[in-house]
Design a protein around this ligand. Structure first.
Ligand code: ADE
Ligand code: ZN
Length: 336
């Protein structure tokens, strides 16, 4: 229907997808069986069956309600092959949706706290990335996310492993982000890690302005974030909006996620037109596609159905997505 074929063919870059957010109920049950892990069906009826779990995903009440399922779901990832299979599954889907470049998040703290070695996690996800580059021609970036619901000590431990691994210099892990619970923990809880990473030239992003007010965005920028994940509550601070437009900071917007997590009632309320009119750069992304009922193309189509953008406006969105990707100019030129 209306521009959907055009949107399918439009070369896309994804900047905001959590690999652990690609664990469908089917995959969770399959890996639970493969690894001999018991799902908590006794205490949570949602884990009684694949169908029950899928149905529960349609009724998240908040970010934290979703996160409880998201962190439970990733419990079934144990071996390098599990991480590699999960990443490969995502890249195949992204490729089918017309993604040419993908920057993907992962949450090592949560796995490490379950006893999975940092090296196993990165080796598996990186294996999936390399396979996507080789077999699908997708360029990839792997971004390590700190999670705000765990103590800073746990993030520091992962950060030290990351530095000692040489993964940044080797081009295996390309940047850092933060995610999970937004409202509650100190806004600047990763000040030490971000300040240090900035001196090392490590690209930084941060989830901010999703459930939390715009001061979360200001603090993220103060700590050195070069990009803001979500950022939809930016419209509540006109001065900050001007600054973000002027500095060309990219927002990685996730419309279907915002609806499922009740940040907005419907995609019409995601401030797509306000951002376009203010000259704010943004990309459209899937966040946790297996949990939110849609991969990137579904998000593009939902935005089109709600906001009726022109082909010219879509070209601006697509071009900004390429320009603000963390890739060399030669790769940008190939994508434009
Ligand atoms: N982790 C995975 N998805 C997330 C989201 N939408 N917000 C914060 N943390 C997340
Ligand atoms: Zn996210």
């Amino acid at each position: 229907s209306d521009l959907h074929d055009f949107l399918h063919g439009l070369p896309k870059c994804e900047h905001h997808v959590h690999l652990e957010g690609c664990m469908s109920p089917e995959l969770i049950f399959e890996l639970a069986q493969r690894n001999g892990i018991e799902l908590p069906a006794a205490t949570n009826p949602a884990y009684a069956s694949i169908a029950a779990l899928s149905a529960r995903y349609e009724h998240f009440t908040s970010l934290d309600d979703f996160l409880s399922f998201y962190f439970q779901g990733m419990d079934v990832l144990c071996n390098q092959a599990d991480f590699a299979d999960l990443a490969w599954w995502y890249f195949q889907k992204a490729h089918a949706d017309g993604v040419h470049h993908a920057e993907v998040f992962f949450d090592p703290q949560v796995h490490q706290d379950r006893g999975i070695p940092y090296e196993t996690i990165v080796a598996g996800f990186s294996e999936g990335c390399k396979r996507a580059e080789r077999e699908l021609g997708i360029s990839t970036r792997l971004i390590l996310c700190f999670v705000r619901h765990l103590p800073v000590d746990s993030a520091q431990k992962v950060y030290e492993r990351f530095l000692a691994s040489g993964h940044f210099e080797a081009g295996v892990v390309h940047g850092l982000g933060w995610s999970s619970t937004e409202v509650g923990p100190p806004k600047d809880m990763y000040r030490a890690q971000y300040t240090d990473a900035k001196t090392k030239g490590i690209p930084l992003t941060a989830h901010a302005g999703e459930e939390g007010d715009p001061s979360h965005i200001s603090v993220a920028l103060e700590l050195g974030a070069q990009r803001i994940d979500h950022g939809i509550r930016l419209i509540e601070d006109p001065e900050l909006m001007k600054r973000i437009a002027k500095e060309g900071i990219l927002l990685t917007v996730c419309p279907l996620s915002n609806v499922r997590l009740r940040c907005v009632k419907k995609v019409e309320e995601v401030p797509i037109r306000r951002f376009l009119e203010a000259g704010i750069k943004f990309s459209i992304n899937s966040d946790d596609p297996a949990y939110f009922g849609g991969y990137i193309l579904d998000n593009y189509c939902a935005v089109q159905d709600a906001h009726k953008l022109s082909v010219l406006e879509w070209r601006i969105i697509a071009e900004n997505s390429v320009q603000e990707s963390w890739i060399p100019n030669e790769r940008k030129a190939e994508l434009l």
